[in-house]
Each structure stands twice: as C-alpha cells, then as structure tokens.
Write a protein that binds this ligand. Sequence first.
Ligand code: AMP
Length: 122
Amino acid sequence: MADNNAGEETIFSKIIRQEIPTPLLFQDDLVTAFRDITPQASSHILIIPNKLIPTVNDIKQEDELTMGRMFTVAKQLAQAEGIAEDGYRLIMNCNQHGGQEVYHIHMHLVGGQPLGRMLNPK
Ligand code: AMP
C-alpha cells in the first residue's frame, strides 16, 4: 500500500465507528483496541487513537495524552490476556521502511509465546 500522509481515513476509522462490526476489546474517548485480523502471535492486539494520525511522524504535542493512554491500555490488555508476566512486545511501524501498511497509527501488542529477536536478520 502506498504512503497515505494526506490523512485519508482508513479501515480503522470505520472500525472505531463500528461501521465495520469488529469486536472491540476496549474503547474510550481517546483510544480503541481490537484483535489483529492476521495475528502474528497467539495474542495480537491493535491499540489505536480514535483521532486519525497517519504516522508516528504526524504526532503532535497535543496528542501526548492519547499516546500515554495507548500505553496504559496496552498494559491493561496484556494483563487481561494473561501475558503480562511472561512478557510481550509493543510495536509501532512507521512508513515504508518500517513496514507500515495502514496509515492510521497503531500499536501492536504481541505475545503469548517467545518472540525471539527483535529484528529478523537479513
Ligand atoms: P502495519 O503493518 O503496522 O501497518 O499493521 C497493520 C495491521 O493491521 C496488520 O497487522 C493487519 O493484519 C491489520 N489489519 C488490517 N486490517 C484489519 C482489520 N480489518 N481488522 C483488524 N486488523 C487489521
């Protein structure tokens, strides 16, 4: 998928508004969480801001409360999944080199199994 720095809505906005009825694990005034449709580990959850922010490069100072909420919700969901003690990984991909496919920022919460090295060797 091409870069979408123009800030056009993605499928994630439709999930936030439940126009696509994806089961939500969490939603409040700032963030929404749901399971990744193509899980890459036994637990794979996406935590996203309700506000459309296309990439990490577009985060503004006014978004700091939302960014903090994403981490708080990640911690709570890890506990709810029963993976907090063994551990997990939080990932945010940015633009082409980061492998970003959906241009509405999202934090991947992955765990439930040993995840190995952080980056695949080339
Ligand atoms: P990224 O490569 O960081 O942009 O990750 C995008 C993620 O969104 C991928 O892991 C996809 O599997 C996931 N994804 C795409 N569409 C949906 C959807 N409709 N519901 C849940 N997850 C999705």
